[in-house]
Design a protein around this ligand. Structure first.
Ligand SMILES: Cc1cc2nc3c(=O)[nH]c(=O)nc-3n(C[C@H](O)[C@H](O)[C@H](O)COP(=O)(O)OP(=O)(O)OC[C@H]3O[C@@H](n4cnc5c(N)ncnc54)[C@H](O)[C@@H]3O)c2cc1C
Length: 385
């Protein structure tokens, strides 16, 4: 496994469960980085949930959203993996060996070359090195800074606030995300759906502390911070994207753009990929893994066309300070539809339901967002000057 992040570790664990021997080669000091990876319990099957259980650090029985016009509680359970627990699960797994502080310079079909020039051979090499830009993707960004805070007294929050958008709308659609990690501990993130990838860490860091103060939460100490700039797909040219990979590469995770187009979250798709690769006939080869992931990704890209259209409406049709209206309207829909949306399983009737009624953006601008080919052509014009 070339890269020991979320996808690499989830796939490695699944393959180890099938009795395979895996080596994870990770460039940084430790596999799994410094994250909290959250998901809706309904994103994955109950069996996959049980498989992930050892790495799950937090579970909640529901969640809520807050918009200027209303507040809503949903009974959809929510859960988070922590880097520590995923790392410990991988370290403890039979059949997985981990090589940290080891940068891969080159990937071949039958092995890798490390930065010190040494080589490791393997029948199957999976490229899980994380996100890489591609001309085949036109992106907006979900950027955030999160701080885990220990408070002086109990905060009283019992479920995660997935979006509190009742705040000043800065730099696009802006909301706070709040995970209650214990009675006195919160992870608070200031998140913006923005046109630019630039992240002003200090400004967002202060804004998180100001939000906590505003909610009346007295901070005793800061435990850790995390930051992210996640890709939100506005348009995806499957041919151009996959054409960017040499034939011998088998990418997974963000490297293969296997993330939710509207949230940038990739955990459920990493689980899906793990099942696909684990279902291949032994002995596993790079070519077989690539072909299986390629076929799966093509289907995903086609299935996600509607999501990308909604994203274009959000980023290109809505005035940045009014983008929140798109989400506010979405969250008035039935809970089961919302769950299917996040799980990447919306139905034709859901699409109609999402579109029907008075649009939250000017109709002419919404019509201008329909063509994905036009969005890609515009992007190429920008890139090529
Ligand atoms: C702060 C943050 C929070 C997020 N929260 C969520 C969340 O709550 N839920 C969710 O589903 N998604 C979340 N995401 C989005 C996405 O799911 C994550 O980015 C996820 O980690 C992507 O998984 P990945 O395995 O594709 O890439 P990564 O997890 O980034 O893993 C890539 C790994 O490859 C290693 N690597 C890179 N190059 C080399 C090389 N040359 N040699 C060896 N190793 C190499 C890297 O060091 C890294 O460990 C979050 C992202 C961030 C940044």
């Amino acid at each position: 496994m070339a890269g020991g992040g979320l996808a690499g570790c989830i796939v490695a664990l699944r393959l180890a469960e099938c009795g395979m021997r895996i080596l994870i080669v990770e460039a940084s000091e430790r596999i799994c980085g410094n994250h909290t990876w959250s998901f809706h319990k309904t994103d994955i099957s109950p069996l996959d949930y049980e498989r992930l259980r050892p790495a799950i650090g937090y579970e909640w029985s529901g969640q809520q959203v807050i918009f200027p016009e209303f507040k809503r509680k949903l009974s959809t359970p929510y859960a988070s993996l922590t880097s520590e627990r995923l790392r410990d699960t991988v370290y403890a797994a039979d059949g997985i060996e981990v090589l940290e502080n080891t940068r891969i310079e080159q990937i071949a079909e039958d092995g890798v070359v490390l930065s010190d020039g040494s080589q490791i051979s393997a029948a199957c090499v999976i490229d899980s090195r994380g996100f890489a830009p591609s001309e085949g993707l036109k992106l907006g960004y979900q950027k955030f800074v999160g701080i885990e805070l220990e408070l002086g007294k109990a905060h009283g929050e019992d479920v995660p606030t997935i979006m509190d958008a009742s705040v000043d709308q800065l730099d696009g659609y802006r909301f706070f995300y709040v995970l209650p990690l214990s009675d006195t501990r919160l992870l608070i993130e200031d998140t913006r759906y923005s046109d630019s990838a630039g992240l002003d860490f200090d400004a967002l860091h202060s804004d998180v502390l100001a939000y906590a103060a505003n909610r009346g939460w007295v901070v005793k100490r800061s435990i850790r911070t995390e930051k992210g700039v996640l890709p939100i797909t506005l348009a995806h040219d499957a041919e151009l994207f996959w054409g960017g990979f040499a034939d011998h590469l088998a990418p997974i995770g963000l490297r293969a753009a296997l993330f939710h187009p509207t949230t940038g979250y990739s955990l459920p798709m990493a689980v899906e990929t793990a099942n696909i690769v684990a279902g291949l006939k032994a002995p596993l080869t790079t070519a077989a893994a690539r072909q299986a992931v390629f076929v799966h990704a093509q289907k995903r890209i086609a299935d996600q066309a509607f999501y990308r259209f909604l994203n274009r409406m959000l980023f290109q049709a809505a005035v940045p300070s009014l983008r929140y209206r798109v989400l506010q309207r979405f969250y008035r829909l039935p809970q089961l539809l919302i769950e299917r949306f996040y799980a990447g399983r919306i139905r034709r009737s859901d699409k109609l339901r999402i579109l029907i009624g008075k649009p939250p953006v000017p109709i002419q601008r919404a019509v201008g967002c329909v063509s994905e080919a036009r969005a890609l052509a515009k992007e190429r014009q920008v890139v090529n000057g």
